[in-house]
Design a protein around this ligand. Structure first.
Ligand code: SAM
Ligand code: SF4
Length: 342
């Protein structure tokens, strides 16, 4: 008598314990960066030995394993993804999957410094949209927050991206006592060039110099101030992420707000994050993870990776625990954003 084949999840969509389908992968390709933003890294950041980091071939193999399980969009991040040597090789390979229809999109989040020389290559490789992080348009302020004198490179990079045909979205971390006053100018600057701009509340990730509470700026207050200047209207536009979008007067660009502390929108979460060492984190605000590198390198068990992914699905929490309670940030996680990949 034939033994019935036990159905496995391996060819099926990645679905978590709350029934959410995982269709979006954020993949960190390096923990290194040419900037040292205060809220993200310490100045004397110790980077991982290169041997701990997945090779480009492994990053592709991993991406393809996710695609087989239903992932349709991949965002490369870091650290700074564009400082990873030969990163275009990976982007081109993923771009071919977009051309063949196996992926809807390959995109990246970048600090923009490498865009002057790489924007055209990114477009040729199949990238159509990028997020560029920019917290200020003032040279001195930029040097203060990123500890590097690179504002011109970023602004030239944004120009180069636009000229190459890439759709640019600006990401800005809103910080009390730093760019609070400049936010209306940033919104004006971005939206007048048809760039969407998303404001992000600073999240308690990793130890940094100073007190995170000191720079925490709730976006509820910022939105009220922006509303009177720009006449914001709520829209139902979604990118599958946690941002809520508003139209900005009659401009052809939107304002997004990501409010993990004042308001979390985890219920529709469709994403997981993989670090450059191959750890999968099911949530930005949770320390539980699974080591996919071991599964990727496991000899003799072709199902190891799928089994690890199934285990990971069982660990995805309903939502993160970041919050502000009695003026203190709670729900802190110990790893830095640059390690997880923002
Ligand atoms: N280097 C790239 C960049 O800066 O865009 C990609 C990686 S960076 C970690 C991704 C995003 O995370 C950036 O927009 C950055 O501003 C944001 N980020 C880093 N640390 C953060 C924190 N503690 N809270 C909120 N956003 C943070
Ligand atoms: Fe580098 Fe991006 Fe972190 Fe700034 S936010 S230090 S650019 S990884």
């Amino acid at each position: 008598m034939d033994v019935p084949v036990k159905p496995t999840l391996h060819d099926g969509a990645l679905t978590d314990q709350f029934g959410r389908k995982i269709t979006y992968l954020r993949l960190s390709v390096t923990d290194r960066c040419d900037l040292r933003c205060h809220y993200c890294m310490a100045e004397d950041m110790v980077f991982l030995p290169k041997s701990n980091v997945l090779t480009l071939e492994e990053l592709l193999e991993l991406s393809e394993a996710f695609m087989k399980r239903g992932v349709r969009r991949i965002r490369l991040t870091g650290g700074e993804p564009l400082v990873r040597k030969n990163i275009l090789w990976l982007i081109e390979a993923l771009g071919r999957h977009v051309t063949s229809g196996e992926l809807d999109e390959v995109t990246l989040t970048t600090n923009g410094t490498q865009l002057p020389k790489m924007a055209n290559d990114l477009y040729r490789a199949g990238v159509r949209r990028i997020n560029v992080s920019l917290d200020t348009l003032d040279n001195d302020q930029f040097k203060t927050i990123s500890r590097r004198d690179r504002l011109d490179a970023v602004l030239n990079g944004i120009e180069a991206a636009k000229a190459a045909g890439l759709q640019v979205k600006i990401n800005t971390v809103a910080m009390k006592g730093f760019n609070e006053e400049e936010i209306p100018d940033l919104v004006d600057w971005a939206t007048s060039q048809d760039f969407d701009i998303t404001l992000i509340e600073t999240m308690p990730m990793g130890d940094v110099e100073g007190n995170r509470e000191d720079s925490y700026l709730p976006l509820t207050a910022v939105k009220a101030a922006l509303d009177s200047q720009f006449s914001l209207q709520s829209t139902d536009y979604r990118t599958g992420g946690p941002a809520r979008y508003y139209s900005v007067g009659d401009r052809n660009a939107r304002l997004g707000l990501i409010t993990p502390l004042t308001n979390n929108f985890c219920e529709g979460c469709n994403r997981v994050r993989v670090t450059c060492t191959g750890r999968i984190y099911m949530c930005l605000g949770q320390d539980d993870h699974i080591d996919l590198r071991a599964a990727l390198r496991a000899e003799g068990n072709p199902n190891a990776l799928d089994e690890a992914l199934d285990t990971a699905m069982g660990l995805k929490p309903r939502g993160h625990d970041f919050a502000v309670s009695d003026g203190k940030m709670v729900g802190k996680v110990h790893r830095h954003m640059s390690h997880t990949g923002g």
